[in-house]
Design a protein around this ligand. Structure first.
Ligand code: UD1
Ligand code: MG
Length: 482
């Protein structure tokens, strides 16, 4: 196809209707800003140059573009005098001839395929200006496409400037245009602010180009959902849902089972292999990769997590971590950044793990906190064990060897090392290293003060039951004292 000289994305608007301190084009859909989606669709058209017009909150938008799309040239529209004014600025220093694609920064559902088809049509019709249009169920707010009796494009009328008959028109301007650069330049000089918003409307160039005896065409797109623009939060939610469905459909076609696609939110950039099953209520984002045979959810969040084959992650939250093959996580596990769970590990209910490695086949089944630890293979961490990693000022490491048995309710006060094959007694507060094969016992010896309840809690239900069980209030000695 003929080389496109220039692509221009208009993104200088205030986005007033979003009622947000975040610039409109930086709001998020499927893990990416709205403008990222527009640029992703536009780039494959391969224009010689890509320009983005920024204005409102431009520092934030510029910083974002520098980080995510450094090849774009930024054009600054200091004063927002409308889309026509933005186009005038975008053309400064552009080639004198050739074709320019102009589109809005707030239409994130547009696809490259649609843009390519639009370009091919524009070339084959040989028009000086082409507008991508679409027939929508609710045209409110959009510019209306006014056609003459022969169905030829006549002009575009904005909502606020439209008369009653024009408001009835359900064919709208998508805000995507292709122009012959010279024809556009000439028409832009003729723009006037005589409209309801007192702005220079890019849409008015259509009438001007036509009046100059050049050809303008309105090309209808097939899928109106692609051309939805985002101006407020309810349109943001509507577009997010459409993007979610697109992403889920493509995974399901590729062999992923998604039990309830309406409650499964997978960001662009995630990779999920065939034969993964995702139960309802999951949010999967960032650079997460999930291998075949895994089960995720219900109600699970994964952000930047590697899940290896055959693992299951049930009712849990995990970020910046890896979950090994055949590992079992959840329900109700909290896997924080820096956690590496090896093959066949188990992390159970109400367990929090951060910045720790759990070796092959090891288990942390119940009610524990594991922080800054390295646990070897084949070890079991008893219920309610706490890795005491923080002394109030600094974090310290704990090392647990292979085939260790940590008794329930052990406090492992870091820095501390438990040798291979060692045990700790339940309820111990371990402050010294435990050598391989030893048992660490660190708790007070138990003593029973006989008859205490009968003497000190007389006339209670406890005393009554104790008496029935044969307890007496003497002798006043303790059992267990040596
Ligand atoms: C615009 C079109 C409308 C079309 C709709 C499609 C005009 C006058 N109207 O209306 O026909 O149906 O898009 O979504 O063009 N912008 C600038 N500088 C400005 C003003 C706007 O860069 O001075 C940018 C905005 O950031 C936005 C785009 O241009 O990305 C469109 O502006 P917006 O205010 O959203 O126009 P709409 O009312 O949606
Ligand atoms: Mg808009």
């Amino acid at each position: 196809m003929k080389q496109l000289e220039l692509s221009v994305v208009l993104a200088a608007g205030e986005g007033t209707r979003m009622k947000s301190t975040t610039p409109k084009v930086l709001h998020n859909i499927a893990g990416h800003s709205i403008i990222d989606h527009v640029l992703r669709a536009t780039k494959p058209l391969g224009a010689t140059e890509l320009r983005v017009v920024v204005g409102a909150s431009r520092e934030a938008v510029e910083a974002h573009l520098k980080a995510t799309a450094p090849e774009t040239k930024i054009v600054i529209q200091a004063e927002r005098n409308g889309t026509g004014h933005a186009a005038q600025l975008a053309l400064e220093g552009a080639p004198a001839t050739g074709t320019v694609l102009i589109l809005a920064g707030d239409t994130p559902l547009l696809t490259t395929t649609t843009l390519q088809e639009f370009y091919a049509m524009h070339l084959s019709l040989g028009a000086e200006a082409s507008v991508l249009t679409s027939i929508v169920p609710d045209p409110f707010g959009y510019g209306r496409i006014v056609r003459d009796v022969t169905d030829a494009l006549e002009k575009i009328v904005e909502e606020r400037d439209a008369n009653l008959a024009e408001k009835e028109i359900d064919e709208i301007n998508t805000g995507v245009y292709l122009f012959d650069i010279a024809a556009l330049r000439a028409a832009l000089t003729g723009l006037k602010k005589g409209n309801a918003q007192g702005e220079l409307y890019l849409t008015d160039v259509i009438g001007l180009i036509k009046a100059a005896g050049q050809s303008v065409v309105g090309i209808r797109s097939n899928d109106y959902t692609e051309t939805l623009g985002i101006n407020d939060r309810s349109q943001l939610a509507e577009c997010s849902a459409i993007m979610r469905d697109r992403i889920n459909d493509s995974y399901m076609r590729a062999g992923v089972t998604i039990v309830d696609p309406t409650t499964t939110w997978i960001d662009l950039g995630v990779e999920i292999s065939p034969d993964v099953t995702i139960f309802p209520g999951c949010a999967i984002s960032g650079s997460t990769r999930i291998a075949s045979g895994s089960f995720i959810g219900p109600r699970t969040t994964l952000h930047n997590v590697i899940v290896d084959s055959g693992a299951s992650v049930l009712e849990s939250w995990a970020a910046d971590s890896s979950i090994g093959p055949e590992a079992k996580v959840g329900p109700f596990s909290y896997i924080r950044p820096g956690t590496q769970l090896a093959a066949g590990t188990k992390v159970g209910a109400y367990v929090e793990i951060k910045n720790s490695t759990v070796g092959e086949g090891s288990k942390v089944p119940h009610l524990s906190y594991v922080g800054d630890a390295t646990i070897g293979a084949g070890s079991n961490i008893g219920a309610a064990t706490i890795f005491v990693n923080y002394d109030g000022v600094e974090k310290h490491q704990t090392i647990v060897g292979n085939d260790v048995r940590i008794g329930s309710d052990t406090m492992l006060v870091a820095p501390v090392t438990i040798g291979d094959g060692a045990y700790t007694a339940a309820g111990s507060v371990i402050t010294e290293d435990v050598p391989a094969g030893a048992i660490g016992v660190a708790r007070a010896k138990q003593r029973n003060v006989l008859g205490w309840v009968l003497r000190r809690r007389a006339n209670t239900k406890s005393a009554e039951s104790a008496k029935k069980a044969g307890a007496t209030d003497g002798p006043q000695t303790a059992q267990g004292e040596e």
